[in-house]
Design a protein around this ligand. Sequence first.
Ligand code: GLP
Length: 240
Amino acid sequence: MKVIKVKNYEEMSEEALKVVLEVVKGNEGSVLGLATGSTPLGLYAKMAQDHKENGTSYAECRAVNLDEYVGLDASSDQSYVYFMRENLFKHIDIKLENTHIPNGKAPDKNAECARYNALLGELRQDIQVLGIGSNGHIAFNEPGTAFDSVTHIVDLAESTIKDNSRLFNSIDEVPRQAFTMGLSNIMNAKKILILANGEGKANAIRELVLGEIREEVPASILRNHPDCILICDESAGKYI
Ligand code: GLP
């Protein structure tokens, strides 16, 4: 794993943009694996700005997202499909029909996992963008998830419900379950870009970089990936 330590969130987002643009410019039909959360917001804003100012086109790109809350769809402003439209898709020229996110409202959850997993089989990510949970989760693969997992439904960890409650009116509104790509779906990406900022991620980043590779720290599997880049700011990287 290549580690790039930068000063702050702005520099993290700037460096991340360079990595994404290198992929997109080398292949205009790239498959972009995308993540939600506050971490990639700066990257998405820079992609939008670059699209506007420099005309980088995503018209031929496809996008696959990591995860979605069970029970939410685009009508909810807490859903990840809403998040992606508002924070990225509507600001670039990607075609909405080429963007994919698990359907949080799917009536048959197992069938939805199978559908999404088959789709990932067809759309191998040229790059997968990731954030990291404070407990070391990636996507919604909580500690203890099998390294060979595929798309599945998870019961969210209490710590994740608490972390993510800041985006809801109250903790009771946070869904208790989510659809998520499995760890093997993430590892299947040709390139992985993991971003982390802020003190709250410092322990997770220490475990990711220096800890043992183990299922208790889902992100640690990334050290086995042949082309993974971690970009973190000083606070998140303070132990490494
Ligand atoms: C959620 C998402 C993850 C994300 C994590 C960190 O749990 N499922 O994909 O990496 O939150 O979020 P943030 O970037 O807001 O700290």
